[in-house]
Design a protein around this ligand. Structure first.
Ligand SMILES: [Zn+2]
Length: 52
């Protein structure tokens, strides 16, 4: 099965979701001296976990 959703960001209320270090800013919350748009500067993104 293709794994093309591994970077998907989902709402926190989504089941089977969990927090993960933001890949875009490597958890720093900053990209090019600006707040990371992916994690809103938190360094953490909520993503789907597992596939079961
Ligand atoms: Zn980020």
């Amino acid at each position: 099965m293709p794994q093309d959703r591994n970077t998907d960001e989902v709402p926190p209320e989504t089941s089977q979701s969990g927090e993960n270090t933001c890949r875009r800013c490597s958890g720093t919350g900053v990209v090019e001296d600006k707040p990371c748009p992916d994690c809103k500067g938190t360094g953490i993104v909520t993503v789907l976990v597992g596939d079961a």
